[in-house]
Design a binder for this molecule. Structure first.
Ligand code: NDP
Length: 495
């Protein structure tokens, strides 16, 4: 395919002013489209468009915004197959995953936030002082600068844009320059549904050329970032310069705790699905399975058998279970981490290599199962973001909880047991934004997603996310009509 306009500003596709960039297909390395990336001047134009669109959009009634967003969900439903094919090709996702997870999830999110738009919440208005009526206004903040990663490009664009615009804000989103295509299409469908020009703008460029300019822009009221903990730290520091509100959804290293009374078949299947989803490039993926010693060998053997059945292949083939990693450099990073674990004494039970029979030029890596790694080793402590599951044993419940909490991250976790007291304890004591019981991965629009500790703060999805894109204003109205109010006497007494 030839050159394409990779920016979407003020309701129309545009050519960027920055360096040339090519969007590649991870499954075969082919160029899907190329064009000019965004630089700071494109960010300025996009922020100006978003500022200009703000008064009208913020002033629309919640019902009017809701109607447009319901129409948007309808438009998305009609183009679901197109979105799935594009997401599959650009992000290297098996078409089944794109069609049955990414796209329906995004449509459901759009419909959810269409409803949420009408549900601004605050305390009841009341006379708390006795002399005034106090009420709460929830107001949009202004222009939101959003930055998204490459692993779920469409869903991440949706998680950033939907709560913000439902609350009356306008948005400039910088997707990863590796995966901008569905974000651009998402913005185009918003226009088709009636979202006014300038409410949603997409600047496709690198973090250095476009992301940094967006974070530092004086007219941006809030930065909403999803990505790695390292870049999140830099974003927070840059936003501090202009005292912007910051929302950070960062990395994860989810533990998967299997107690000795768990249904081992359910746990083994859950571990394979939970670790291999999106080729392991999922911030909530099961990465560290802690299995109570009596079940350890059987668990490892069942997971290995299931991993043997996983089919790697072309992403457009509905029979393919596991697609490539996002790029060859990322595949090499995953491969190096596994090699270093092997050199440090861990045993690679399955995988640990680049497969032979996958499409040429694709960034494929075999499903990998590792045992014998040390708790403090790199492979257990650091985000791998690949199809790699490490399994470690434990003896007591206290030890399991301590191990689960023993990384800097705290995004998600799961506990597997048939004993309600054990699962209740795990849900209470594991420090993570989500704890699944006897499952791992499912997400829903109604419930929040977000981290503890180095996994960041702020929630995506749910009405909690909606609230984060609002300012709370207290309005206090005198109801006495007195010129000489009793409290004035504290300050001065007319004599
Ligand atoms: P990165 O942190 O490398 O990048 C995220 C985004 O930030 C990209 O668009 C990137 O642009 C941009 N960026 C880079 N540097 C800057 C900067 N100085 N200023 C502003 N923006 C910048 O993450 P990845 O894209 O590699 O995504 C994977 C990470 O995302 C993993 O750590 C994963 O855990 C996390 N993630 C977290 C989720 C959550 O909900 N907590 C969900 C999904 C992913 P560029 O592409 O040019 O680098």
């Amino acid at each position: 395919m030839g050159a394409q306009e990779l920016q979407f500003i003020d309701g129309a596709r545009r050519t960027g002013s920055g360096a040339a960039l090519s969007v590649l297909a991870p499954a075969d390395g082919d160029v899907i489209v190329s064009g000019a990336g965004a630089d700071a001047s494109d960010v300025n134009t996009a922020v100006a468009a978003a500022r200009a669109a703000f008064p009208q959009w913020a002033g629309a009634t919640p019902g009017a915004r809701s109607d447009i967003m319901h129409e948007w969900a309808r438009v998305l439903r009609g183009r679901a197959a197109e979105f799935a094919a594009m997401e599959s090709r650009n992000a290297g996702k098996p078409i089944r995953l794109a069609s049955e997870f990414d796209v329906p999830g995004t449509i459901d999110n759009t419909a959810f936030f269409a409803g949420a738009a009408r549900n601004l919440e605050g305390k009841a208005a009341a006379e708390y002082s006795g002399d005034h009526t106090s009420s709460i206004r929830r107001e949009p903040l202004g222009v939101i600068g959003s930055i998204a990663p490459w692993n779920y490009p469409l869903q991440m664009a949706a998680w950033k844009i939907l709560p913000a615009v439902a609350a009356g804000n306008t948005v400039v989103l910088k997707p990863s320059e590796l995966t901008p295509l569905t974000s651009l299409l998402f913005a185009e469908t918003a226009i088709a549904a009636g979202v006014p020009a300038g409410v949603i703008n997409i600047v496709t460029g690198t973090g250095a050329a476009a992301g940094q300019a967006l974070v530092e822009h004086p007219e941006v009221a809030m930065v909403s970032f999803t990505g790695s903990t390292g870049v999140g730290r830099r974003v927070a520091a840059a936003a501090a310069g202009s005292v912007k509100r910051v929302h950070l959804e960062l990395g994860g290293k989810a533990p998967f705790v299997v107690f000795d009374d768990a249904d081992i078949e359910a746990a083994a299947r859950g571990a394979v699905a939970g670790s291999l989803i999106n080729t392991g490039q999922d911030c909530t993926a099961a990465t560290r399975a802690y299995v109570q010693r009596p079940l350890f060998d059987e668990f490892v053997s069942r997971v290995a058998d299931l991993m043997d059945q996983v089919r790697l292949g072309p992403v457009e083939d509905p029979e393919t279970d596991l697609g490539p990693l996002i790029s060859l450099p990322h595949r090499d990073k995953v491969s190096d981490l596994v090699d270093r674990a092997r050199e440090a004494g861990a045993k690679i039970v399955r995988g640990g290599r680049i497969p032979d029979h996958t499409p040429a030029g694709g960034a494929y890596y075999e499903p990998t199962l590792i045992i014998g790694a040390a708790q403090d080793s790199e492979i257990v402590q650091q985000e791998v973001f690949g199809p790699v599951l490490v399994v470690l044993p434990f003896d007591t419940d206290d030890e399991a909880i301590a191990l689960a909490n023993d990384t800097p991250y705290g995004l998600a976790a799961s506990a597997w047991s048939s004993n309600v007291f054990r699962t209740q304890r795990a849900s209470r004591e594991i420090q993570a934004g989500c704890v699944w019981i006897n499952d791992h991965i499912p997400i829903i629009s109604e419930m929040p997603h977000g981290g503890y500790r180095a996994s960041g703060f702020g929630k995506d999805m749910s009405t909690y996310a909606f609230d984060e894109y609002t300012n709370i204003k207290h309005v206090m109205s005198d109801i006495t009509g007195l010129a000489h109010k009793p409290w004035h006497d504290v300050i001065f007494r007319p004599r």
